[in-house]
Design a protein around this ligand. Structure first.
Ligand code: HEC
Length: 479
């Protein structure tokens, strides 16, 4: 990926100044943003001044399932809590929800559900999943009132939230990327990274404007990255495939094909032999790219789907057949965009180091010297010992424009974040510095469990395995 980064950056004339030495982030009080957002139970103002009165709720104004809670659940929970969704149970009807009312109210009050990691106060985002204080108060008051059902006649569907992007159609995408057979990961490994090669049989240039990822076996699929390999990279791709029996090949980080970027022709921003199309990790959402932009695919290209499988005792011998659906723009209507990676791969976080240890922080910088890009969004990424990650644009005078700040990194809830409006970093000798700051927590109590046993801390360095760490962010950019 280093390779990819350097080539992209050179081609885009961005001077790369990846800051190799871990350093203390200027305001590393990473948790300060969280506490202030949390609604303590005693702070909750219920929308009623009447004490809880069970069945009388409908008339006294206590929140009821039908009038107040179900509309919110339909709008903000059922995207995951539906039959076949990624959550363990559907929150469909009163009979199911009633016995869980206390659990639901607590998880909502503590902002565990719905999962939403960025803090308020940075660049406004689309598809925000967090609830407002008022909505949280409704859940809490409903539970406190005995979780009354109320009257079905009071149910009104809520409109989509403002700044919600339109959903993908339920019909399959224009290109379906799926290996021909279920895949059994290499059982000698804990982590198997496999690259599957699919020929989309494109006869013309097309732009990908929407992506849906359907993990085949969510218990072993750890993340998925999708790449385009263009004609210039096909020989290398073939060598990779031939070096290993069976469909596809073992690959780390990317498809092991050089990006070789050049200035674009025919109105293309850039020409390259390999690029990332999409990334998905648990929590990732399906949807459209920011309006008017897309990732450009060329005729003759192959699509490489890299799936990272993480196997533990309970998931041995499980197979997977993950599917990705790509939605294409009608030709000629789209502005070409790119996922530009930024990383710091040169850190060592000592075993046992707390987040306050300066060696537990790594920073990556780009100085934007030439290119008038628009940044539509970011995809920050760390592994399991991540503590927090922040992406910002720092002006020449030192002012920080926060793009996204995740004060409590949770490996299970990562995704790309798109802005309501693109950020245009200042260009030139005094241009903005784009900066990603990563902080780890390598104390014994923050180690993952493997087969039920919490592992001992060890020094953390950059690596592809889930026992290694990353400080990586992708900027989704266009001109
Ligand atoms: C983005 C997907 C997603 C959304 C949106 C979501 N949940 Fe969840 N929820 C999950 C997953 C997955 C779990 C399983 C535990 C985990 O992985 O954290 C879960 C677990 C829960 C649990 C705990 C179940 C248990 O047995 O411990 C409750 C309660 C819950 N969710 C309620 C809600 C409510 C209420 C909403 C809406 C206000 C909501 N969730 C929105 C994905 C989601």
């Amino acid at each position: 990926m280093n390779n990819t980064l350097t080539r992209f950056a050179l081609a885009l004339s961005l001077a790369v100044a990846a800051c190799g030495t871990p350093m203390q982030s200027p305001d590393a009080t990473a948790d300060s943003g969280v506490g202030s957002d949390v609604v303590a139970p005693s702070d909750v103002t219920t929308p009623t001044d009447t004490p809880a009165t069970g069945d009388a709720a409908t008339t006294t104004g206590d929140p009821t399932w039908w009038r107040d809670i179900k509309p919110l659940v339909d709008q903000t929970c059922n995207n995951c809590h539906r039959t076949g969704g990624i959550a363990p149970m559907a929150l469909a009807d009163y009979a199911t929800v009633r016995p869980m009312a206390r659990l639901i109210a607590n998880q909502v009050r503590d902002r565990v559900m719905p999962p939403w990691m960025p803090r308020e106060g940075c660049r406004p985002l689309v598809d925000v999943r967090g609830l407002t204080d008022q909505e949280i108060a409704k859940f809490v008051a409903w539970e406190a009132a005995g979780a009354p059902e109320g009257n079905m006649a009071d149910y009104r569907e809520l409109p989509a939230r403002p700044d919600t992007t339109r959903p993908l159609p339920s019909t399959p995408g224009d290109i379906v990327v799926q290996p021909a057979e279920p895949y059994l990961p290499n059982q000698r490994l804990t982590d198997d990274y496999h690259c599957f090669i699919v020929d989309p049989a494109l006869t013309a240039t097309r732009d990908v404007i929407g992506v849906r990822v359907v993990p085949g076996n969510p218990r072993i699929v750890h993340h998925m990255l999708l790449f385009e390999v263009r004609s210039g990279g096909l020989a290398q791709l073939q060598r990779n495939d031939d070096a290993e029996p069976g469909p596809g090949y073992t690959c780390f980080g990317g498809p092991n094909v050089d990006a070789n970027a050049r200035a674009g022709t025919n109105g293309d921003l850039i020409d390259l032999d390999m690029q990332q199309i999409a990334g998905w990790a648990p929590g990732g959402v399906d949807g459209y790219m920011p309006s008017g932009t897309g990732i450009r695919l060329k005729p003759g290209s192959r699509i490489v789907m890299q799936v990272h499988y993480n196997m533990q005792m309970a998931t041995r011998n499980m197979t997977d057949r993950t599917r990705v659906e790509l939605f294409l723009s009608p030709a000629g209507t789209t502005q070409q965009a790119l996922w530009l990676p930024q990383q710091n791969s040169n850190f060592t976080v000592p075993a046992g180091a707390p987040p306050t240890d300066p060696r537990a922080t790594a920073v990556a910088n780009f100085r934007n010297t030439q290119l008038p890009v628009r940044i539509f969004g970011v995809f920050p990424h760390m592994h399991q010992r991540g503590h927090s990650i922040r992406v910002e644009a720092v002006t020449n005078s030192g002012t920080s424009n926060c793009l996204v700040d995740v004060p409590r990194w949770d490996f299970h809830w990562q995704q790309n974040y798109f802005f309501r409006s693109p950020y245009r970093p200042a260009v030139g000798a005094t241009g903005d510095t784009l900066r990603t700051t990563c902080v780890w927590d390598n104390r014994p109590e923050n180690q993952p469990f493997i087969d039920g046993v919490q592992v001992a801390p060890r020094d953390l360095r950059w690596g592809e395995g889930s026992e290694d760490e990353m400080c990586l962010n992708y900027f989704y950019i266009s001109l």
